[in-house]
Write a protein that binds this ligand. Structure first.
Ligand code: GH3
Ligand code: MG
Ligand code: MG
Ligand code: MG
Length: 313
């Protein structure tokens, strides 16, 4: 029997991407063409307090996997158009560095199928009909391993600078150092100007390239005692220890000027990119890390509002 795509409403795409999701709950993606199975598993997993996205269409599912970066993937084998093994292969081809547990569920529960699944990168295999109690316990274990893995990652894959987790772990130390030494330090948030245009004009891959170049450019121009972290999409946080507000602003002004002079090319066409900066200098003991970042962010907004490619504090 030919499968038809009558499952549109099971492709939920309204859950926000990983970086902007508000909830701390793990996100699980289920790909299965059996709607009653999708309903059953979705309800079951949501009862545990987990977030669930479901896909009946395997082609859409692969795109959504990359977009959402779920914390766990549950994957049926027999699907229309593209089977579960092909999905595993597509994911693998994307040169995945980060660990996402992948669980295959199938009515096809013979030994060669199970061995094939594990060889292709599955982390678990559960035969249908699914034993609910065992399934939930296994899910808890997989999500726990995923959490431990995520906590160990401190470098952003694309830009190869520290990530937000590292910043959050490290920032309090600068405040303690200040309390001990009394030496002011400056926090800056920098953000690429009109980065959407770069993506729109030249494509996402060029956007990624610009982003990685940007991070490495800044890293190469700051002192080894300074810090750069990727804070979100095209936003980075810089920390300049023992640096006054005037010194930091001078430094940032020079970085803005030098980066804007850097020439990128796309299909022979040169283009340049600028960025804006907001800076906040910690020079009293009352201010908290959160407040300092908020102040820097307010100044960044001011720099954007008043023309971009500049620093405000
Ligand atoms: P503004 O000057 O006001 O900052 O304009 P903008 O277009 O840079 O600002 P906005 O924050 O609205 O858009 C940021 C864009 O950056 C949106 C998003 O698609 C893109 N972006 C975020 N992360 C990545 C990434 O990892 N790769 C690529 N290629 N684009 C990204
Ligand atoms: Mg199926
Ligand atoms: Mg921007
Ligand atoms: Mg931004």
């Amino acid at each position: 029997i030919e499968h038809t795509y009558e499952y549109e409403h099971f492709d939920e795409i309204e859950v926000k991407g990983k970086s902007v999701r508000d909830s701390q709950a793990p996100l699980i993606q289920i790909i299965d063409d059996d709607i009653s199975m999708l309903i059953l598993l979705k309800d079951l997993l949501e009862e545990q307090g987990w977030m669930v996205i479901t896909n009946a269409d395997p082609v859409k599912a692969t795109n959504q996997y990359f977009e959402m970066q779920p914390d766990c993937l549950i994957l049926d084998i027999q699907l229309p158009a593209k089977d579960g093994f092909q999905i595993l292969q597509d994911i693998h081809l994307h040169n995945e560095k980060y660990f996402i547990p992948k669980i295959m569920i199938s009515i096809q529960n013979d030994k060669p199928t199970r061995i094939k699944a594990f060889k292709m990168g599955a982390d678990d295999f559960i035969g249908k009909p699914i034993d609910i109690d065992e399934f939930i316990v296994k899910m808890e274990r997989h999500l726990q391993r995923k959490r431990i893995f995520d906590q160990s990652v401190l470098i952003d894959e694309l830009t190869q600078v520290y990530n937000r987790r590292f910043l959050e772990d490290t920032l309090p130390r600068y405040f303690n150092d200040y309390k001990r030494s009394g030496q002011p330090f400056t926090i800056s948030i920098i953000d690429i100007d009109h980065f959407k245009r770069v993506n729109d004009r030249y494509g996402h891959a060029v956007g990624d390239f610009v982003l990685a170049e940007f991070a490495q450019f800044i890293k190469s121009k700051i002192r080894s005692s300074d810090l750069i972290c990727r804070y979100g999409g095209e936003e980075f946080v810089l920390i300049f220890p023992d640096t006054s507000n005037v010194q930091a602003k001078n430094k940032l002004t020079r970085l803005i000027k030098d980066f804007s002079a850097k020439e990128f090319t796309h299909e022979g066409q040169p283009f340049s990119v600028t960025f804006s900066a907001g800076a906040f200098t910690v020079e009293n003991e009352q201010v908290t890390p959160k407040e300092a970042l908020e102040e820097a962010d307010t100044s960044l907004y001011e720099a954007k509002r008043t023309g971009r490619a500049k620093v405000e504090s």
